[in-house]
Ligand binder design. Structure first.
Ligand SMILES: [Fe+2]
Length: 291
């Protein structure tokens, strides 16, 4: 299995199709770029541009179509296409979600939740093994943004993810914004959640914006929706600093997929993430000296 011997320094940004030509033309200074392979598999021109960018930037491949939670199994043809793209651009990470998005051969444009029990764990374990064997490298699993829970869940999300790491050798992509959204929606302590994750397994961090909407199931109550359509909120930046204290500095990516701003605004968010890391690590060093 491929081991990662190189890592980006500095935060990266999600590269979306409307901005790829600008990035190719201007080559902005940014730590790294993350793409959704599903945007490129049927777009040869975009794939050419991405291949060019891969000569100059660390690229990460973040799949939204490898449905590891599907009871019907992984779409092997799709997985082979992702493998072909991975072979072409040699990304620094390949990741996907703890979720399902296919049923009966149909793709659903959503990342749907799972119960955290042994039956689901065995299913996901088998699928993560299949993905890693097909890709020939370690896969990173991202914690989801949650809006409902299951009565059949027998363990916490952090326990489920820790078990998955132990059984498959996969790594985790900690989406700090998703953690915040889930904890707010489900009513648990997000700092305790971050402290419960296996720090050594965290290979990457995501930060993204959310939208506040009225909860139709509970009139008057609010629901946070993981829209990736806004700047990163202050409580998420604070939680990010805590995550860095707990995990150490990790390659961090800014996700912004809807109402996409100018690329310069994405770079400003990435620069702020770098400032948070530098400030947090400096504070940690001063505390260590004082002790
Ligand atoms: Fe994410």
């Amino acid at each position: 299995m491929t081991s990662i011997s190189r890592l980006p320094s500095g935060a990266g940004v999600g590269l979306r199709l409307p901005q790829i030509a600008e990035v190719v033309a201007t080559r902005p200074s940014v730590g790294w770029l993350e793409i959704h392979p599903e945007n490129f598999l049927a777009n040869p021109h975009a794939t050419e541009l991405l291949t060019e960018l891969s000569q100059h930037y660390f690229i990460s491949v973040h799949s939204v179509g490898i449905s590891i939670g599907s009871v019907g199994g992984i779409d092997r043809l799709h997985l082979k296409r992702v493998r072909a793209l991975v072979d072409r651009i040699n990304p620094v990470f390949v990741s996907g979600h703890l979720a399902w998005s296919t049923y009966g051969g149909e793709y659903l444009n959503d990342l749907l939740p799972l119960p955290y029990n042994l039956e689901a764990l065995r299913l996901i374990e088998a699928h993560v093994r299949e993905v890693q064997e097909t890709l020939g490298r370690r896969y990173l699993i991202e914690n989801p943004s949650s809006y409902i829970g299951f009565r059949t869940s027998m363990m916490s999300e952090a326990e489920f993810l820790s078990e998955l790491v132990g059984r498959t050798g996969c790594q985790l992509l900690c989406d700090v914004s998703n953690a915040y959204i889930s904890a707010q929606n489900m009513g648990y302590d997000v700092y305790q959640y971050i402290d419960s994750l296996p720090a050594d397994a965290i290979g990457e961090v995501h930060l993204g914006g959310f939208t506040v909407e009225e909860d139709e199931a509970s009139p008057g109550a609010e629901l946070l929706i993981d829209t990736h359509a806004a700047a990163i909120a202050e409580p998420v930046w604070n939680l990010y600093a805590h995550a860095i204290r707990r995990f150490g500095a990790r390659p961090t990516l800014i996700e912004w997929d809807n109402n996409i701003p100018l690329f310069a605004a994405l770079l400003a968010e990435a620069a702020h993430a770098d400032e948070v890391v530098a400030g947090t690590m400096a504070l940690e060093a001063r505390c260590a000296d004082a002790c």
